[in-house]
Ligand binder design. Structure first.
Ligand code: DGY
Length: 324
């Protein structure tokens, strides 16, 4: 590459990746890590060869269709790309890439943490100790749910769901069931003895833990509402590491308040970083701030993946993780 392409990174990235970008491109970083406004994103797309946003930047049609747009590629830092108007990117001939695979294990680990944390009342227990409320061991104190041998229902059977299935089956002897109309790789499912359900309702009725692993699309938005939650076992838990808007958060709160299910473990929310205030009042929910991929190793690997995608693009090659 002889020409130094101009690239803009919208948030603070791991230093190792920022340094690599500096070596190769004419890069503008965001040292303060403040989110960019819509006007700043338009200015960026108008003045840089590549825009490198992340899952919390909304890159809508107004931005992509900007009449002075210079960027021909949007290299998203994240596997999910529901923050980008894909139809607009297609219409405008803008290439979009994401960062799959490198975050699979860490996100699956967080799903397991939520299963364990919700089932074994981990945050409730921790607060109890910190608030000095603990009066000592006793046979009926803070009893949770046994995880081993239970049924785990996966909605969506992509890479992350498969990693969760592996960990849950081999680590906790859980019986795996799944619903995914697009998944046909039955050989993979056989590895952890996973059984396909013919409908979401069948999965909801059968599972002790229901874990969401589908992307946020028009089809899945609001998929888990009060009607669906009412089909779950009273003793079961809902786990979400996918996207907040797959669940109608108000309906989930109502279900948890009325004890229609035993609890929930959430890493993602409908309007991040805002969390439903009623949810914050509940004890039977284990809450994390979208930590799925948040490890040093994974965040560095995600950044390197963006680097590789835009480098290929500027070299005239097909970026490995092109989604549009
Ligand atoms: C992603 O990459 O889509 C994740 O939600 C970030 O952890």
């Amino acid at each position: 590459m002889t020409q130094k392409f101009k690239v803009l990174v919208t948030r603070k990235w791991p230093s190792s990746v920022e340094n690599k970008l500096k070596d190769t491109f004419d890069v503008t970083l965001n040292e303060n890590d403040n989110p960019l406004s819509k006007a700043e994103l338009i200015e960026a797309i108008d003045n840089y060869d590549a825009l490198l946003p992340t899952v919390t930047d909304t890159i809508n049609d107004e931005i992509i269709s900007s009449k002075n747009r210079r960027s021909k590629i949007i290299g998203n830092f994240g596997v999910g790309f529901n923050n980008i108007d894909i139809e607009s990117a297609k219409k405008n001939g803008v290439v979009v890439t994401n960062t799959p695979e490198v975050l699979t294990d860490c996100t699956a680990d967080i799903a397991m943490l939520l299963i364990l944390g919700a089932g074994r009342r981990a945050s409730e227990g921790e607060f109890h100790v910190r608030k000095k409320e603990w009066t000592g061991w006793r046979p009926t104190h803070m009893m949770g749910t046994k995880i081993t041998d239970k049924v785990l229902g996966l909605i969506g059977m992509g890479r992350i769901a498969q990693a969760v299935a592996h960990k849950a089956h081999f680590g906790f002897n859980m019986r795996i069931v799944y619903y995914d109309p697009y998944f046909k790789n039955y050989e993979i499912a056989e590895k952890f003895n996973a059984q396909a359900c013919s409908s979401i309702d069948d999965l909801l009725k059968d599972s002790d833990f229901v874990s969401l692993h589908c992307p946020s699309t028009k089809e899945t938005k609001g998929l888990i509402n009060l009607e669906k939650i009412s089909k779950m076992k009273k003793t079961s838990y809902l786990i979400n590491t996918a996207r907040g808007d797959i669940v109608v958060e108000d309906d989930l709160v109502t279900a948890l308040e009325k004890k229609l299910i035993n609890g929930a473990g959430l890493d993602v929310y409908e309007e991040e970083p805002k969390v439903n205030s009623r949810l914050l009042e509940l004890k039977n929910v284990f809450l994390l701030p979208h930590l799925g991929s948040a490890t040093e190793e994974t965040r560095e690997a995600m950044g390197m993946r963006v680097f590789s995608n835009i480098s290929s693009f500027f070299d005239g090659k097909e970026p490995r993780d092109r989604v549009v």
